[in-house]
Design a protein around this ligand. Structure first.
Ligand SMILES: [Zn+2]
Length: 229
């Protein structure tokens, strides 16, 4: 049987890991090899080697409040920065030292477009796994764990009504092979579907999208271009 790509009508000639394989620390990956979630993917929609994935994995590894599995990736992030000083410069270009709750730490600006470019295929792939068909509408993606510049300045992010809304949803937890690395829940409502992604118990992302109507076209987005190659 010919399997279709999780994103488009092309033949799925490759396997895309959900989330990307590099999000799993090597020790975790070894024990899990056969169990990691994969979807069939055409070459265009396989992001496993993309620069975006490396960037986002590093950003999450440097976030506050993540568990040991996430911290293990900090060493991986360090190696990736040693390997690519340009990526380090790019990632930490707005770095500032700050004190949060009495602890000295640093903040830097995350590139939301790049983070969304990695989260969007994860949402599509989860949808594909859960429904057996490609998701044909477009997700709105909120990087819930990240603070906005406005919030640092004024204490108010402007996203409070949305965050309040998603926090009140009861996401139905789904089975995953390694919840310490990635777990997710789904909330289906009339006309819409929401996903909650949790990386390393502490980095939250929320996706919301309309329930796709039958026969609707996949809108072309710039994320459809293979980035970083
Ligand atoms: Zn495709």
């Amino acid at each position: 049987m010919i399997e279709k790509c999780y994103m488009c009508d092309a033949v799925g000639t490759t396997r895309e890991h959900v989330p990307p394989k590099s999000f799993f620390p090597i020790e975790v990956r070894r024990g899990l090899r056969a169990k990691l979630t994969v979807v069939p993917s055409c070459e265009l929609h396989n992001h496993s080697q993309s620069k975006e994935v490396e960037y986002v994995r590093n950003i999450i590894a440097m976030s506050m409040g993540i568990n040991e599995a996430g911290e293990k990736n900090l060493a991986v992030a360090k190696r990736s920065f040693e390997h690519s000083p340009a990526l380090l410069r790019e990632t930490l270009k707005d770095f500032e030292n700050v004190h949060i709750k009495g602890q000295e730490t640093g903040i830097f600006k995350g590139d939301l477009d790049r983070i969304r470019a990695v989260m969007r295929p994860i949402a599509n792939a989860r949808y594909f796994k859960d429904h057996g068909t490609a998701y044909t509408a477009t997700w709105k993606i909120f990087i819930t764990s990240m603070t906005t510049p406005k919030e640092i300045e004024t204490g108010v992010s402007g996203w409070e009504p949305f965050v309040d809304f998603v926090m009140r949803l009861t996401f139905k937890k789904k089975d995953v092979p390694e919840p310490e690395v990635f777990r997710y829940g789904v909330f289906e409502m009339i006309g819409g579907i929401a996903y909650e992604f949790v990386f390393y118990d502490g980095f939250f992302v929320h996706c919301w999208g309309p329930t796709p109507s039958v026969g609707c076209e996949v809108p072309p987005t710039r994320d459809d271009k293979r980035l970083g190659t």
